[in-house]
Design a protein around this ligand. Structure first.
Ligand code: ADP
Length: 501
């Protein structure tokens, strides 16, 4: 029996037991597909029928391209991955059928050999198909990734190059990368500034101040940092900059990425603001001192005896002049908080004496409203490290408020004690009190519980915000406890040794 006869016998056998073979294969498929969560539906059944028919034809003439072509239809469909397993399963089913139906031992053996040879060819084809498929998919994926990367790169270039902020990367003291804005800030073009030693761009003073921290970041030590410096531009003019530097990597090695902002304009405005405030305060204070001086002079009877109503009028003028004086202090203080050069003048402060004196200066105000102003401080209240003038402003604002917000006949009490490493001062009044929900906000700038134009009490809503800033700067804190209609207690805690480093 030659191969052609064997083939034709096998094809006939397959054709005659086609339904049987298919049914067994569907069973296998169901078991197998279940674990892959694929349902063997009609469409798969029909495809299977076509495949088996093609298989019979291919067996008859030994040309397996057709079966591969048919399997290729499954490409990209779920199930193709299992084609190889399916073919092996079908081979087992077919061999069983041959063993069962062919009686002649030699024909049986040769037919089984033929099946193994033919199916090996098909399995080879499938592997190649798999490889091709895999390569195609990989190619597609690479194309997609490349497009994504290009998109990201375009986006990044747009962001960095179009940014109004200078961006550069420093490594080994060199500017490895710079955007147009950075180059423009220095008066260079990008090609000139790239590769330049950054140290040539800073003034010697700025370099001295920042060199160590820049170097530490260039080698990947320490985290983000904001610093200010002066740049020497190409035309030797100076530029003030603010730099935000963060660690990064460049060419696989640690580097520093810097975001640079030109703050020359801001600095100029800041200088103007400072000089404006110092001029205004001078212009306001000089005439006020004269007015206040004359009023006090008159009140002292230096220009003749005064009757009761004249004294009252002059005292009112004196109080208003004092208020104006404090408002000027407040404005100057507030503006200086925001300035770069704000510094406390620290020294040893006898806080008990300071409070005594401040309270004494409020006596006439208190008397005016028939208030009792009591100061009750222990003799040995420790001194604190602080800024005397600022602490006086703090205490003055709190006592002023207590007097202001307490109706006639009430009491303002000042007590103090030592608590651990703090000195604690409490100013309590029997005044109008502050509603619970407003208590945390009274320390905000311009905040007033009653800010209506028809409000009873004057003020600008700035006093307590200054008190809070002064307390914070001393490493201390200020708190309030209050009951509406009963009164308030402001509690100031100051560390005896000043703000810890
Ligand atoms: P102002 O100039 O209005 O007094 P402050 O910042 O000193 O500004 O105080 C903010 C607000 O807090 C005041 O307007 C007032 O509503 C409330 N306040 C402050 N101290 C007291 C107090 N002792 N009793 C009641 N309310 C107070």
């Amino acid at each position: 029996m030659d191969v052609a006869e064997l083939r034709s016998g096998l094809a006939d056998l397959m054709a005659s037991s086609k339904n049987e073979l298919q049914a067994r294969f569907v069973k296998w498929l169901e078991r197998h597909m279940e674990s892959h969560e694929v349902v063997v539906d009609d469409a798969i059944g029909r495809t299977l029928e076509e495949i088996v028919s093609t298989l019979i034809d291919s067996t008859r003439d030994g040309r397996y391209e057709n079966i591969l072509l048919r399997l290729k239809d499954f490409v990209d469909k779920p199930g193709f991955e299992q084609a190889e397993a399916g073919l092996r399963a079908f081979r087992t089913i077919l061999v069983n059928e041959v063993n069962r139906s062919i009686e002649d031992v030699t024909t049986k053996r040769r037919t089984v050999q033929l099946i193994y040879k033919d199916f090996d060819l098909m399995l080879d084809g499938i592997s190649r198909l798999h490889e091709r498929m895999y390569a195609l998919r990989l190619e597609k994926r690479i194309e997609e990734r490349t497009a994504e990367l290009l998109e990201t790169r375009r986006l990044y270039e747009g962001l960095v190059e179009g940014s109004p902020i200078g961006v550069c990367i420093l490594q080994d003291d060199k500017i490895r990368f710079a955007n147009d804005e950075l180059a423009r800030m220095g008066g260079y073009v990008k090609e000139e500034i790239t590769g330049m030693d950054y140290r040539l761009l800073l003034t010697p003073e700025s370099l001295e101040n920042h060199r160590e921290s820049i170097e530490r970041r260039q080698v990947g030590l320490d985290g983000p940092l904001t610093w200010r410096a002066k740049v020497v531009r190409k035309d030797e003019s100076l530029l003030e900059i603010e730099v935000y530097s963060v660690p990064t990597t460049f060419g696989g090695r640690p580097a520093t990425q810097c975001m640079v902002r030109d703050i020359s304009r801001e600095m100029k405005i800041e200088q103007l603001r400072q000089s404006f405030f110092s001029n205004v305060s001078h212009e306001l204070r000089t005439p006020l001192t004269t007015v206040s001086g004359y009023v006090k002079f008159l009140l002292g009877g230096k220009m003749g005896e005064l009757d009761q109503s004249q004294v009252q009028a002059l005292e009112a003028a004196n109080d208003e002049a004092d208020k104006l004086d404090r408002l000027i202090d407040t404005i100057i203080e507030l503006s200086s908080f925001d300035s770069e050069s704000y510094r406390l003048r620290l020294g040893d402060v006898d806080i008990a004496r300071l409070i005594d004196e401040t309270a004494r200066s409020k006596e006439s105000q208190a008397k005016h409203k028939d208030l009792r102003l009591e100061v009750n401080l222990p003799e040995n209240l420790p001194h604190v490290v602080g800024d005397e003038r600022r602490l006086e402003l703090l205490m003055s604002n709190i006592i002023d408020n207590a007097v202001k917000f307490t109706p006639e006949g009430g009491t303002v009490k000042i007590t103090g004690c030592e608590e651990g490493s703090d000195v604690v001062i409490e100013v309590s009044d029997t005044g109008i009190g502050i509603p619970k929900e407003e208590q945390s906000r009274v320390f905000d700038r311009f905040y007033q519980v009653d800010s209506s134009p028809t409000r009873t009490y004057g003020g600008a809503g700035l006093g307590l915000s200054i008190c809070k800033e002064i307390a914070d700067l001393h490493g201390g804190r200020i708190e309030v406890e209050s009951d509406v209609g009963k009164g308030s207690t402001f509690r100031v805690c100051l560390p005896r040794e000043g703000k810890p480093e």
